[in-house]
Design a protein around this ligand. Structure first.
Ligand code: SAM
Ligand code: ZN
Length: 264
C-alpha cells in the first residue's frame, strides 16, 4: 500500500494554491462555476449533482468529443476562454493499465502483449491531449483533478509524474467503500487515487480512507460498475469545490461533510 496522503503540504504547493485563490478572487464577479467533466460517461454522477445545484457541468463524453483527437481538444481549449476559472475533472479510461493485464499477458502470450502495447500507445495519446487541456484550465485560474484506481499502471508513467511535478499536483488515496461503493452484501473497497492541484479536495478526500469494513471483492460484472462514481462520491466533490452553491441548494445540511469550513 502506498504512503497515504501527507497531512501537511509543502511550501511550493501551498504557494500555488494561495496564488490561485488570489487570482480567483480578482475575477470573483466573473467566476464561472463551471466544471468540465473530461472523458466521462453520459450519465455521469458529478454532472447530475452539478445540474441539481446550479453549477454548469459540461459533460465531455464520447458522443461529444474524441479526447484522442488533437483537433477536437484544440476546439475545446478555445471554449475554455469563455469560461474563466472553470474547473476540470479528468477520468481517462483505465482498463489497459489494470494489474489484471499482467495475468492476461501471462495467459495469452506475446500476441496479446503486442495488442495491449498498441492500445496503451493510443490511450497515452489521450493523456498527451488531456495535458494540453489541463494546462489551459490551470492557466485560467481553474482547478484540476484527475483520477484512476490506486493500483493503476497509469500512476507509474513518466509523463504523468512529470505533469504532476511541473504543476505542483499531489495525490490522495481513499476508498470507494467510504463513499458508497457497495456489492451484494458488503461494501466493496475500491481503492482510489486522485491527483489534484487543490488543497481542499486533497484534504477532504483523505478523510475517506477505510479501516473498518468487512469488504466483498468486486465480481466481474461489478468491476466496470465500480469505475463509475457513486452519488455520494459526486456530492463530496461538488460540495468541496462549490460550497456556496451547495449550501444554497441542499437544505439538509446533515448530509454534508464536516470539513466545509475550509477556505475556498
Ligand atoms: C474510466 S471511464 C470514466 C467513468 C467516470 N468515472 C464516470 O463515473 O462516469 C472513462 C470514460 O472515457 C470515455 N472515453 C473513452 N474513450 C474516449 C474518447 N476517445 N473520447 C471521449 N471519451 C472517451 C468512456 O466512454 C468512459 O466513459
Ligand atoms: Zn471499507
Amino acid at each position: 500500500m502506498p504512503a497515504k496522503t501527507k497531512k501537511e503540504f509543502e511550501e511550493i504547493f501551498l504557494q500555488a494554491n494561495a496564488e490561485r485563490r488570489k487570482y480567483r478572487r480578482m475575477y470573483q464577479s466573473s467566476v464561472s462555476n463551471t466544471l468540465f467533466e473530461y472523458a466521462c460517461d453520459e450519465h455521469f454522477a458529478i454532472g447530475d449533482v452539478c445540474d441539481e445545484i446550479g453549477v454548469e457541468g459540461i459533460r465531455l463524453s464520447r458522443n461529444v468529443i474524441d479526447v484522442q483527437d488533437e483537433g477536437h481538444v484544440s476546439q475545446l481549449i478555445t471554449q475554455a476562454d469563455d469560461h474563466k476559472t472553470a474547473d476540470a475533472w479528468v477520468s481517462l479510461p483505465c482498463a489497459d493499465f489494470t494489474p489484471w493485464q499482467h495475468m492476461n499477458v501471462h495467459r495469452h502470450g506475446w500476441g496479446f502483449q503486442q495488442k495491449l502495447d498498441k492500445r496503451r500507445k493510443q490511450v497515452r495519446k489521450m493523456f498527451a491531449q488531456a495535458k494540453r487541456f489541463m494546462k489551459k484550465i490551470l492557466a485560467e485560474g481553474g482547478r484540476v483533478d484527475f483520477e484512476w484506481p490506486e493500483n493503476s499502471g497509469w500512476w507509474n508513467l513518466e509523463e504523468v509524474k512529470d505533469f504532476e511535478k511541473e504543476h505542483a499536483f499531489r495525490r490522495v488515496y481513499f476508498d470507494g467503500c467510504m463513499i458508497g461503493a457497495h456489492g451484494k452484501d458488503c461494501p466493496i473497497r475500491k481503492p482510489w487515487c486522485v491527483s489534484s492541484c487543490d488543497e481542499r479536495i486533497l484534504t477532504i478526500l483523505a478523510a475517506y480512507q477505510c479501516d473498518s469494513h468487512q469488504h466483498e471483492p468486486a465480481e466481474d460484472s461489478q468491476t466496470k460498475q465500480t469505475g463509475f462514481y457513486t452519488r455520494q462520491f459526486a456530492s463530496v466533490i461538488v460540495e468541496a469545490w462549490y460550497p456556496q452553491k451547495w449550501f444554497q441548494h441542499v437544505p439538509n445540511l446533515s448530509t454534508s461533510s464536516a470539513v466545509v469550513t475550509l477556505r475556498t
